[in-house]
Design a protein around this ligand. Structure first.
Ligand SMILES: [Zn+2]
Length: 94
């Protein structure tokens, strides 16, 4: 029995095809880096300072040196990075 005839007999309304997908870099402005000060000061208030969003990782990672130079007791930082990603079928469906 042909697949189409079988589908009609059991009342199939939609047919799906399995695709293999890959996950990779997407289009867009590229990566964004932000380094921020972590922790609280002696008064319990977070410093809240950060490098601002940078497209260049090195620029973001140089900022803590400037901040620590101004505030020698501020030594804990976090680094956040954004990278646009997409899912793409390995073969486009026909
Ligand atoms: Zn600070």
């Amino acid at each position: 029995m042909a697949l189409d005839a079988f589908a009609r007999e059991i009342g199939t309304r939609r047919r799906f095809r399995c695709l293999l997908w890959k996950f990779g870099s997407g289009p867009g402005p590229g990566r964004i880096h932000l380094v921020h000060r972590e922790g609280e000061e002696e008064d319990g208030i977070p410093c809240g300072a950060d490098s601002g969003e940078q497209i260049d990782r090195e620029t973001a990672e140089l900022w803590p040196f400037e901040h620590t130079a101004e505030h020698p007791e501020h030594r804990s930082y976090g680094h956040l990075a954004y990278r646009p990603m997409v899912t793409v079928p390995r073969e486009e469906p026909t």
